[in-house]
Design a protein around this ligand. Structure first.
Ligand SMILES: *Cc1c(COP(=O)(O)O)cnc(C)c1O
Length: 403
């Protein structure tokens, strides 16, 4: 009989070595708890990198997925279907947008946004307008265009010549953008809150200045809300909290609550540049993905739900601040909503990875946002009791790393 036992070590021998996952095999989850194949349980304060909006095995999302799975999985974009149109309606009725392009990942949504911005300029006869302004530490995905626009040099090193016309500027520096933007700028791409870069919120005045500069020069303002969207900050989209409206917005991570789906949102006028044949995706917005995402948006975009997110965020933030004060592991907690970063300083600098590893051993799943920021992004419906238990396990992990 062939041996079909699966071990964690098999991961290291079978995959290209671009990931280094934790030392266990995860088996199943319910809400904000996950169990590994040995039966050990974890409090999930990572939510699949801000993806599992309603935690694991949400009864409401399962019902939608199972209903749709019994009807129609996939037809390609050569055919239209009700779930796709429903999702487009949910997205446009709740935001500034009038048009959507559906795809499968954040990188693809940003790729579409950047291509649309260039194509829109081209359509207006502005063939010299192709430059893109982006920011240091920004993260926009791993496709070749988006990784080139991203602000981490290491991520694009060794992949050959990058596309032309990309400028990186310091985040939150209004003067730098004022100097760099011109009639050659097709788009300014920015995260309203930098996620991977360390949970760094944009200054409201910075986003407003970007809006004004784009209006003055004819550049398009693109908000990458791949991580900040779908209730994460306590608003459906972060731009709604800032009161600055982009021309294009991208959304992905939390949109499908764990089912891969993403969208690029824009106006009638700009969206009209994606005429038949200019862009596409085989899987984008397929019936399974669309059905789930439409339900996620309905559930999240409810004032009572979003106010609960903000209340839970206050609870988590207060607990993190207490641990920081008591242990000295971090000096401040930043971020918005259920999306918080503990800024590690002094002798703790550079040790966020030690802490996520120790946390996993203590039974709590957490994320890094760079070497010195511990990132928490739990499910938006995490029970208060799991916040409390997660904080206790985190406290034990800090003691472990300190000792
Ligand atoms: C995760 C992320 C992306 C990339 O999304 P993928 O689904 O991994 O392609 C892009 N932008 C931001 C802000 C992200 O956090």
């Amino acid at each position: 009989m062939p041996d079909d036992t699966i071990t964690r070590a098999d991961f290291d021998s079978l995959f290209t070595p671009n990931y280094a996952p934790a030392a266990a095999l995860l088996d199943h989850g319910v809400g904000s708890r996950v169990w590994d194949t040995t039966g050990k349980d974890y409090i999930d304060l990572a939510a699949g990198i801000a993806v599992n909006t309603f935690g694991h095995a949400s009864p409401e999302l399962r019902a939608v997925l199972e209903d749709q799975a019994a009807k129609l999985w996939h037809v390609s974009n050569a055919y239209a279907h009700e779930p796709g149109i429903r999702l487009a309606r949910e997205l446009t009725s709740r935001t500034f947008a009038e048009r959507v392009f559906l795809c499968n990942s954040g990188g693809e949504a940003n790729e579409a946004a950047l291509k649309l911005a260039r194509r829109h300029a081209y359509d207006r006869g502005e063939t010299e307008r192709f430059e893109v302004i982006a920011f240091d530490k920004a993260f926009h995905g791993r496709t070749f265009f988006t990784v080139s626009v991203g602000g981490t040099v290491a991520y694009r090193t060794g992949f050959g010549p990058v596309p032309d016309g990309i400028t990186h500027l310091p985040f939150n520096d209004m003067d730098a953008v004022g100097d760099a933007i011109s009639e050659r700028t097709a788009a300014v791409l920015v995260e309203p809150v930098q996620g991977e870069g360390g949970l760094i919120p944009a200054d409201p005045a910075f986003l407003q200045r970007l809006r004004d500069l784009c209006n003055a020069t004819g550049a398009l303002l693109i908000f990458d809300e791949v991580q900040s969207g779908v209730g994460r900050t306590g608003h459906l989209y972060a731009y709604q909290g800032y009161g600055v409206v982009p021309d294009i917005l991208t959304t992905a991570k939390g949109l499908g609550g764990g089912f891969p789906v993403a969208a690029m949102l824009t106006t009638d006028e700009i969206g009209s540049s994606f005429v038949v044949g200019t862009h596409g995706s085989t899987f984008g917005g397929n019936p399974l993905a669309s059905a789930v995402a439409a339900r996620v948006l309905q559930l999240v975009d409810d004032p009572a739900f979003l106010s609960e997110v903000r209340r839970k965020a206050d609870l988590l933030r207060a607990g993190l601040e207490t641990i920081g004060t008591e242990t000295g592991a971090w000096s401040s907690v930043r971020g918005q909503g259920l999306w918080l970063g503990c800024v590690m300083t002094g002798e703790w600098e550079g040790r966020s990875g030690d802490l996520t590893t120790a946390g996993f051993e203590q039974g709590v799943m957490m994320l890094k946002a760079g070497p010195s920021v511990l990132r928490l992004a739990p499910a938006l419906n995490i029970p208060d009791s799991d916040i409390a238990e997660g904080l206790e396990r985190l406290r034990a992990a800090v003691a472990r790393v300190a000792g």
